[in-house]
Design a protein around this ligand. Sequence first.
Ligand SMILES: Nc1nc2c(ncn2[C@@H]2O[C@H](COP(=O)(O)OP(=O)(O)OP(=O)(O)O)[C@@H](O)[C@H]2O)c(=O)[nH]1
Ligand SMILES: [Mg+2]
Length: 360
Amino acid sequence: MDPLRQSPSPCSSRPSSPKTPPCEIHGYVGIEDVLDQVKIKAMKMGFEFNIMVVGQSGLGKSTMVSTLFKSKVWKCTLPGLGMPIPQTLQLKSVTHVIEEKGVKLKLTVTDTPGFGDQINNDKCWDPILGYINEQYERYLQEEILITRQRHIPDTRVHCCVYFVPPTGHCLRPLDIELLQRLCRTVNVVPVIARADSLTLEEREAFRRRIQHNLRTHCIEVYPQKCFDEDINDRILNSKIRDRIPFAVVGSDQEYLVNGRCVLGRKTKWGIIEVENMAHCEFLLLRDLLIRSHLQDLKDITHNVHYENYRVCRLNESHVLPRGPCWVNLAPTPPGPPVAPGPSKVCRQAREDSDDDEDDY
Ligand SMILES: Nc1nc2c(ncn2[C@@H]2O[C@H](COP(=O)(O)OP(=O)(O)OP(=O)(O)O)[C@@H](O)[C@H]2O)c(=O)[nH]1
Ligand SMILES: [Mg+2]
């Protein structure tokens, strides 16, 4: 995969100006230095990026959180590492500031309890969607203040990594239900969990079946086709779309392999290396999240998902124009979160399931 995108992001915050022919410049003005200015500002500010892991119980979500933080690039130590990972019983966020070549990244990963263990799994998605919408609401409440902070802390979920159980068959109805709801609210990257339990052929066949299921149920996972802005985007994102869901393996244990210290899972017949592309696709997931699409994920979150939420909330506040720039939002309703408005991403899916509206 090409690690760095060459083109601007499909949902970048650029103003869409009418096509003006470029003026001819006779002397050197130094416009290219604007890039340096932007870079210096961005380096001062640093970046915030929030990931959430979602899936059935026991699929390795908490392990993947440790894997992300422990993998070679970052080498962070989390308190309690090395101990067996307990079952996750409530939503929990881990934040680390990672610095590389002077660029600071505040990475937060939110771990969620596994769902789907109950006899009746109706609304088992409520806590997950509730958390996502709660972060939009927080941001909105800060944004509408007349005297607001120059930098609004961003806790919005920029990417939700969805763990598909390695059944080898196809997506289960519960996965489809949840994925449909999630994709309307947040960027979703599905992964095949515990991929070491499938042979290479099984992985490939399973991947194709999941892709087929996603298409037939109009589930638009990230990177969404409709946001490819140009040919470069299309080429790069098509390659990614072809490999999604990535087949991942997680571990927070290190082993010595040929004199190298690697993150892996020790089995009777050898060590499955997490960061080895011949063994699994964890690297593709990490590269997508951090190296190639971090800013794009943030842009789509802000310009599409948050925007839908914002429009919906402002519309329902029914006291919109009472003076210039005056907005009074009703307090957040308790219980289930508010429905985001129709999004470009999954307009079709929404139309198909209008009867589900009350679930939000
Ligand atoms: N074979 C295999 N086992 C894994 C993998 N990732 C995690 N495990 C193991 O699966 C078990 C459950 O892992 P967790 O990370 O606690 O799973 P979880 O999804 O967080 O589970 P809940 O907290 O109950 O939702 C642990 O024994 C892990 O060591 C993997 O990629 N392959
Ligand atoms: Mg867990």
